[in-house]
Design a protein around this ligand. Structure first.
Ligand code: HEM
Ligand SMILES: *[C@@H]1O[C@H](CO)[C@@H](O)[C@H](O)[C@H]1NC(C)=O
Ligand SMILES: *[C@@H]1O[C@H](CO)[C@@H](O)[C@H](O)[C@H]1NC(C)=O
Ligand SMILES: *[C@@H]1O[C@H](CO)[C@@H](O)[C@H](O)[C@H]1NC(C)=O
Ligand SMILES: *[C@@H]1O[C@H](CO)[C@@H](O)[C@H](O)[C@H]1NC(C)=O
Ligand SMILES: *[C@@H]1O[C@H](CO)[C@@H](O)[C@H](O)[C@H]1NC(C)=O
Ligand SMILES: *[C@@H]1O[C@H](CO)[C@@H](O)[C@H](O)[C@H]1NC(C)=O
Ligand SMILES: *[C@@H]1O[C@H](CO)[C@@H](O)[C@H](O)[C@H]1NC(C)=O
Ligand SMILES: *[C@@H]1O[C@H](CO)[C@@H](O)[C@H](O)[C@H]1NC(C)=O
Ligand SMILES: *[C@@H]1O[C@H](CO)[C@@H](O)[C@H](O)[C@H]1NC(C)=O
Ligand SMILES: *[C@@H]1O[C@H](CO)[C@@H](O)[C@H](O)[C@H]1NC(C)=O
Length: 354
């Protein structure tokens, strides 16, 4: 059998042709990828292989004195991604060029965890200077916070770069309010490319953390200007919450978003909604809006925690991909609360690019 046909002239030509086609394909691929780099799970493998464990260690340390911090960091990632994409803009302080998003309604006296982000950044700058962006710190922190709290762990896609701008007006427009109806919630998510399943799955993050009385006390005393309580609030829960949040009391007092397991990331959020124990109107809307397509999704996550975890991971990856800066766009901030060059040198940006 003439098996060593590689020497036959026909085959030889075919091989050359194949090589040429392959080369063309490579060039086309490179061309297509140019300027629109994708996030990658291995982005820091060369230059900061321990990035995730460094982030995790700082969060574990913070959890020792602040059991709420995992929830706060998870929320920061959401508030970053919804406003001009996941670019670390939520972390910037006011300056001559920055109108801080920290002053937006949803963040003012509410968003927290900035000090822990700074500690993470300091630890990363020591281990691998100028490499890990503040936007990626938020992405990794959210994943580590969820997994350290009993939720799923997943491979975080990385390579985001940091913005040099922030926009408080945009934050006011983009971040949903706790008094939103289901239609308003859907619109808010659709505006950043997230669908109804994403809305329900991501709302499941309210399985941990706290909310201040001021964000739900209307439901206790004057829901929708009716002069009475929200009819979709469980009467037992109404009593508990009214005791915690007296009318015209201190609006900063905190309630657990998930009264059954306040610091654990599990599917209890969804079983709470089924017995009308959603703390925010925006939570209960998902289950109590009659005829809504969200009800079946709530029921399915309540019945099957693995299904919730699986959806949550998919939706977090989707949210984490909103309008990211990659390649040479933006910068790698040296201090997460300010843009490089805002009374800082920017030499580390060069190191980061090569
Ligand atoms: C669906 C629309 C949403 C609305 C209207 C909403 C609103 C709120 C409000 C009002 C609070 C309480 C803040 C305070 O009292 O200071 C809160 C807390 C929280 N939110 Fe949301 N949220 C939404 C979606 C999300 C999403 C998508 C995530 C994350 C994936 C998230 C994660 C959290 C966490 C973890 C907390 C607790 C934070 C802490 O204890 O510091 N939320 N949310
Ligand atoms: C990564 O961290 C582990 C301990 O957490 C340490 O043993 C290891 O040397 C570190 N690797 C690098 C490359 O820094
Ligand atoms: C930033 O400055 C503006 C005024 O320019 C002020 O209204 C706002 O409260 C400040 N925000 C923060 C977070 O300090
Ligand atoms: C944020 O809240 C403080 C009160 O704690 C207030 O003085 C400030 O004006 C608020 N900032 C904005 C931008 O509304
Ligand atoms: C900030 O966001 C608002 C609302 O999206 C937009 O109208 C405005 O142009 C933005 N400002 C800057 C400086 O990008
Ligand atoms: C609030 O009241 C208005 C009518 O005043 C009604 O159209 C709307 O559906 C109500 N919202 C809720 C959440 O009940
Ligand atoms: C309101 O409650 C918060 C949180 O419990 C507390 O830090 C603050 O001191 C209280 N303010 C007043 C005026 O009592
Ligand atoms: C209210 O909560 C109790 C548990 O505290 C539950 O047994 C009951 O079914 C709930 N009621 C409604 C209307 O969901
Ligand atoms: C729960 O959801 C997981 C993930 O979607 C699925 O593989 C599993 O079959 C479901 N379990 C049940 C009992 O339906
Ligand atoms: C992220 O967004 C880019 C560009 O919009 C898209 O090509 C890519 O498939 C998305 N990746 C994920 C994991 O959603
Ligand atoms: C980062 O910048 C802020 C000012 O926005 C400053 O207060 C802080 O000390 C800086 N952090 C570090 C680690 O230099």
């Amino acid at each position: 059998m003439p098996s060593s046909s590689s020497s036959s002239p026909n085959n030889y030509n075919i091989k050359i042709l194949a090589s040429i086609l392959f080369a063309i394909l490579l060039i086309l691929c490179a061309g297509a990828g140019y300027g629109e780099a994708q996030l990658s799970p291995t982005f820091y493998d060369e230059d900061c292989p321990n990035a995730t464990s460094i982030v995790s260690a700082v969060i574990e340390e913070a959890l020792q004195t602040d059991p709420r911090i995992a929830a706060s960091l998870t929320r920061l990632f959401f508030h970053d991604c919804f406003v001009n994409g996941c670019d670390g803009s939520v972390l910037l302080d006011n300056s001559s060029t920055i109108d801080s998003e920290k002053g937006a309604f949803a963040n003012n006296n509410s968003a927290r965890g900035f000090d822990v982000v700074d500690n993470i950044k300091t630890a990363l700058e020591t281990a691998c200077p100028g490499i890990v962006s503040c936007a990626d710190i938020l992405a990794i922190s959210a994943e580590e916070s969820v997994s350290l709290s009993g939720g799923p762990s997943w491979t975080v896609l990385l390579g985001r770069r940091d913005s040099t701008t922030a926009n408080r007006t945009a934050a006011n427009e983009a971040l949903p309010a706790p008094s939103f109806t289901l239609d308003e919630l859907k619109a808010s998510f659709a505006a950043v490319g997230l669908d109804t399943t994403d809305l329900v799955a991501l709302s499941g993050a309210h399985t941990f953390g706290r909310a201040q009385c001021q964000f739900f006390s209307d439901r206790l005393y004057d829901f929708n200007s009716t002069g009475s309580s929200d009819p979709t609030l469980n009467s037992t829960y109404l009593e508990t919450l009214s005791a915690l949040c007296p009318e015209s009391g201190n609006g900063s007092v905190l309630a657990d978003l998930d009264p059954s397991t306040p610091d654990v990331f599990d599917a209890d959020y969804f079983s709470n909604l089924q017995v009308h124990y959603g703390l925010l109107q925006s939570d209960q809307e998902l289950f109590s809006t009659s005829g809504a397509d969200t009800v079946d999704i709530v029921d399915s996550y309540s019945a099957n925690q693995s299904a919730f975890f699986e959806s949550f991971v998919i939706s977090m990856n989707k949210m984490g991909n909103i309008s990211v800066l990659t390649g040479t766009d933006g910068e790698i901030r040296l201090n997460c609360s300010k843009v490089n060059g805002d009374s800082y040198g920017s030499s580390a940006t060069l190191i980061a690019e090569y």
